[in-house]
Design a protein around this ligand. Sequence first.
Ligand SMILES: [Zn+2]
Length: 152
Amino acid sequence: MERIASFCVDHTTLKRGVYLSRQDGDVNTWDLRMKEPNKGDYLTTGAMHTLEHLFATYARNSQYGQGVIYVGPMGCRTGFYLLTRGLTDAQVLDLIQKSFAFMEAFEGDIPGASERECGNYRDMDLAGAKREAAAYARVLEGLCPQKMRYEA
Ligand SMILES: [Zn+2]
């Protein structure tokens, strides 16, 4: 089998940020890298799961909701995937910045965190999710649309 494109990114030099991973027709896949790979610091499953519920809920309800195809966690627990359609790079960055500001400040019941709605609803960590959202929000502050590309 051929090695898929995302494995061709050199994970030894990756910095935190937002990177365009793939373009499939009009669908863009973005890598939201919240942790540097293989540095011993990863999202916990509870924090990541909570971020997933909050991020997906916010993104789909945002002004950009029609352009959001998918939000989901990376299995390596270093970030998230975001698939969009019809959004400019600047709109994607705005969406991500607003999403993480929302998550950083979130209080209350986690959307979808019930036995009926989720496959592991007890595995939630809102405090951890808020800490991770806050840390990544600082990374996002330093980004601009032109930086959202992997180095060739
Ligand atoms: Zn869930």
